[in-house]
Design a protein. Structure first.
Lengths: 140, 113
């Protein structure tokens, strides 16, 4: 890859899309591209692609996915990438999703295994989840 | 998206084989759930799920598989998973599901006739 294509510390990319499960693939695609340009190897890139999908799912958990937007911010910070996913303008779902609790538990397990740090919070009708992964820094 | 999602039930196999291709995520997992439940509703307790051509799988897909496994076991059966791609196997491993499901790396070793 040409040096001009590389992303360096301090670079930040934002993506905003309607909070629909079928559009989470966009977050995964962008994550792959950004991770490659930030110097992550193919295995780390695959880990990040899966992890960011789970981050989006956790953010959507319990929300009304027919409304609101998912706002993704990917930042290169030194040898790490930080991804923050925020659900904006959504409402709490009235109908529980099938296997919802099980899926959230599995998402947490996947994030525990694939990234260095992650967390989530819900406040004033908006949900936010984040992760951080270093290049070559996370051993299972 | 490496491959278009596709799901089919193979004709004439015992136990029934459901084969999936492409990415199983929050958008496509409901189709997998519907297929599995449809077979289970016919009284089939044991199912072989062929994931050999699956290129991506997330927690939503795993949730569907765990739900289907419970239904299979209620009928005295089992949900056999066939998976060979190390990236997909890794997802089962990190979630501890390799000890929950019967996992084989080929259809022959999963045992359908």
């Amino acid at each position: 890859m040409e040096t001009a294509d590389r992303l360096g510390s301090g670079d930040r990319i934002e993506l905003k899309f309607p909070a629909r499960g079928d559009l989470i693939v966009l977050a995964r695609l962008v994550t792959s591209a950004i991770s490659a340009r930030a110097g992550f190897d193919i295995e780390e890139l695959e880990d990040l692609r899966l992890a960011v999908g789970e981050l989006c799912l956790l953010t959507l958990q319990g929300s009304d996915a027919q409304h609101g937007d998912l706002h993704l911010e990917l930042s290169v910070l030194g040898d790490a990438i930080e991804v923050v996913c925020t659900l904006e303008r959504a409402q709490v779902a009235t109908v529980p999703e099938p296997e919802g609790e099980e899926v959230a538990r599995l998402s947490e397990q996947i994030l525990d295994a694939l990234v260095d740090e992650h967390g989530r919070e819900s406040r004033d009708g908006s949900a936010r989840a984040w992760l951080r992964k270093r290049r070559g820094g996370h051993a299972e | 998206m490496d491959q278009e999602f596709h799901i089919e039930q193979r004709e004439g196999s015992t136990p029934p084989v459901i084969a999936v291709r492409g990415e199983i995520d929050v958008a496509t997992a409901p189709q997998l759930r519907e297929s599995l439940h449809s077979v289970i509703a016919q009284g089939e307790g044991t199912i072989v799920l062929d994931l050999l051509e699956v290129t991506f799988l997330d927690s939503t897909a795993l949730g569907v598989l765990v739900g289907a496994l419970k239904r299979c076991r209620e009928l005295g059966g089992e949900l056999h998973i066939v998976v060979a791609d190390p990236r997909i196997v890794k997802i089962f491993e990190i979630t501890g599901l390799t000890s929950v499901f019967t996992i084989a790396d080929s259809l022959e070793s999963a045992g359908p006739a």
